[in-house]
Design a protein. Sequence first.
Length: 278
Amino acid sequence: MEIITYLLSAVFGLLSTAGFFVESIAKNTIRSQFDRVEQLQVRVDNIPSYQLVQGKVERVRIAGRGLWLIPEARIAALELETDPVDVNIQRLRQRGQLPTAALRQPLQAGLRLVLTEADINQALQTPRIKALLQNLVTRYAGAFLNQGSQRYTFVNPRVEFLENNRLRFQVELQQEGETQTDAANARKLPIRLESGIAFVSGRRLQLIEPSASIDDNEIPSFLLGPLSQSLTEQFDLAQLEQSGITARLLQLKINPEQLEIAAFVRVLPSPSLPKVNN
């Protein structure tokens, strides 16, 4: 959603520029929101051109490849295309106002996102992503893994994309040692998780036929139920509706090379914030 916000600020902050300059400035604004960009194209359709001064455009299209939102994570491809956009330029320029308060009508857009297996595995090797995974383990399985004085850390995390919208996640848990020698000699405990992925009604994550093993010992399915339920509750796009955002997943495709997502997003105008007198 930040991409849409910055694009609106870039396009409708201009008063009287030709289409070429609108696209050039919007492109630079969007590029500045990423840590790194390999390829980026922006197209703003504003025919007739006077509509831009009124805060209206027919369509905005963004297409990028090799986009790094953070230094550790690369998006292979991103495409975004809006329906007609209508904003109040004066309100958009007001400080202290949410950009969505300038919308005269709901903003609708289609989004396509592609992530590759290689990019995800590269990200999994970085300290920042490893720390996030460690937090997830502590949150969902801490009581099971960290018993007594024993504590475990993630080692060699890896994801594998499979056919039929399935994926496999493998990691080794290594017992923390009091010294570096203890840690180096500690036995690694292999963990494997595999599941199909689907979204119910386009909004709620569902694990399809999940399986898991620890040290090559299969975990009974009844023990996986609470984990599946917790993930379903956490990854429910309906939670965004409290912020005036409706998001629906239209397509999810996983093959051995990449994961592809197509989604629809609708953003409602937000109320204007009261002015603060200094």
